[in-house]
Design a protein around this ligand. Structure first.
Ligand code: 5GP
Length: 120
């Protein structure tokens, strides 16, 4: 059910501090950093501190406390970046159809300008 977690994916290595990242925020369950190839003036990635490939994997297998801490971090980062009231978008790619590049669950946060319609 789903692809197996690869502990050497690039975000796992960022979590272990083996690869540097521009950290923005961290709590017990989540880590947030700037995307290396930003697609908007604000482009941040929020990842859980745990071995989950996708949101489906996460919701099925992560402890409730980790799930809560991760979603709290997504909102906290949006607030800390001052993205309201102008607005922002969150997006999570999963699997081949979405072109997921890194097989560790991540939520993109985009903001800082009007973003246009979805899927453009
Ligand atoms: P995906 O296509 O999997 O949803 O998005 C992966 C994202 O990770 C891309 O936006 C890409 O720019 C970003 N990314 C890939 N490698 C690195 C890295 O080493 N550091 C950072 N900060 N972002 C990365």
């Amino acid at each position: 059910n789903g692809i197996p977690y690869d502990p050497n994916n690039i975000f796992a290595r960022i979590l272990r501090g083996e690869i540097p990242s521009k950290k923005l925020f961290e709590n017990e369950h989540a880590f947030a950093f700037h995307d290396i190839n930003p697609q908007a003036p604000v482009h941040v990635l929020v990842i859980p501190k745990g071995p989950y490939v996708s949101l489906a994997d996460f919701s099925a297998n992560a402890p409730a406390e980790l799930q809560a801490g991760f979603w709290r971090a997504v909102g906290d980062v949006a607030r800390q970046l001052g993205l309201e009231p102008d607005g922002y978008r969150i997006l999570s790619n999963a699997g081949t159809n979405s072109h997921q590049e890194v097989p560790h669950l991540h939520v993109h946060i985009f903001g800082g300008k009007p973003l246009g319609p979805m899927l453009s």
